[in-house]
Design a binder for this molecule. Structure first.
Ligand SMILES: NC(=O)c1ccc[n+]([C@@H]2O[C@H](COP(=O)([O-])OP(=O)(O)OC[C@H]3O[C@@H](n4cnc5c(N)ncnc54)[C@H](O)[C@@H]3O)[C@@H](O)[C@H]2O)c1
Length: 252
């Protein structure tokens, strides 16, 4: 039971890697897993399935771009469960559906959800961890797109994921003495996001696959296990790190 006694809040948890992480942290004995998303019906259903399987979970509505909602959700988690131990900033949108890779509205949307959403999560999540006087672990979902550029993705996606990589390191430097660890996870070729365009195209995926040393796409649970390690006490001396989960794509 690698999550025993821990309270975790996961954004973008209605589907994909967020849902897989919620299921895994609950299976590993978390005291409570709070799933947050804007897709209420799917989020409720994911939380209900976890509860049915014997975990402790519930769903809350949270648009990560809305600071008022962050404050309310984090206060609610602390009041209901006595504090916050683990925050997974996972919510995000893809930059691969845009035709114009310099579209200004897309830039603002990508930076708003993928970068500002993580900033707000760290601001309110870390404040709650400090208030409770407990050690904590923050895991921010970046991407291989936060490490290298790609020709077919809106520059705002790379910029937002690069921002996540660096604000993670800044927060690790700032909060280490308080026992709060902050790390980033960088998935590679995974099942497409709900908002994917070109990265969901079989032809583009086949091209990307050629550069993956392990010779296959990743699975959502393989990212969830990386997050579990960073959320658990097994990673107690790991902070400011970027954990790449890409089958070796950025290694070559
Ligand atoms: N799938 C990939 O290929 C891939 C690769 C690298 C990194 N990532 C990153 O991993 C994370 C999870 O991606 P996924 O593949 O599970 O995608 P997904 O589209 O399945 O899940 C993303 C979730 O975020 C939620 N979300 C979107 N905007 C939100 C908002 N404003 N507030 C709250 N929730 C919001 C969505 O409703 C959705 O449930 C994202 O940050 C993504 O950028 C994905």
């Amino acid at each position: 039971m690698r999550m025993k006694g821990k309270v975790a809040l996961i954004t973008g948890a209605a589907s994909g890697m967020g849902a897989a992480t919620a299921r895994l942290l609950a299976r590993e004995g978390a005291k409570a897993v709070v799933l947050a998303d804007v897709l209420d019906r799917e989020g409720e259903a994911t939380a209900a399935a976890i509860t049915k399987a014997g975990g402790t979970a519930h769903y809350v509505h949270l648009d990560v771009t809305d600071e008022g909602q962050w404050q309310k959700v984090v206060d609610g988690v602390a009041a209901a469960h006595g504090g916050l131990d683990v925050l997974v900033n996972n919510a995000g949108i893809s930059g691969s559906a845009e035709q114009d890779l310099y579209d200004t509205d897309a830039w603002n949307r990508l930076m708003g959800i993928n970068a500002t959403g993580v900033f707000l999560g760290m601001k309110h999540g870390i404040a709650a961890m400090r208030k409770g006087g407990r050690r904590g672990s923050v895991i921010n979902l970046s991407s291989i797109s936060g490490i290298v550029g790609q020709a077919y993705i809106h520059v705002g996606y790379n910029a937002s994921k690069g921002a996540v990589r660096l604000i993670t390191k800044a927060a690790a430097a700032q909060h280490g003495r308080e026992g709060i660890r902050v790390n980033s996870v960088h998935p590679g070729l995974m099942p497409p996001m709900r908002t994917s365009g070109r990265t969901a195209d079989p032809e583009q995926r086949a091209k990307t696959l050629k550069g993956v040393p392990l010779g296959r796409a990743g699975e959502v649970d393989e990212v969830a296990y990386a997050i579990l390690f960073l959320a658990s006490d097994e990673s107690s001396y790991v902070t400011g790190a970027e954990l790449v989960v890409d089958g070796g794509w950025t290694a070559v």
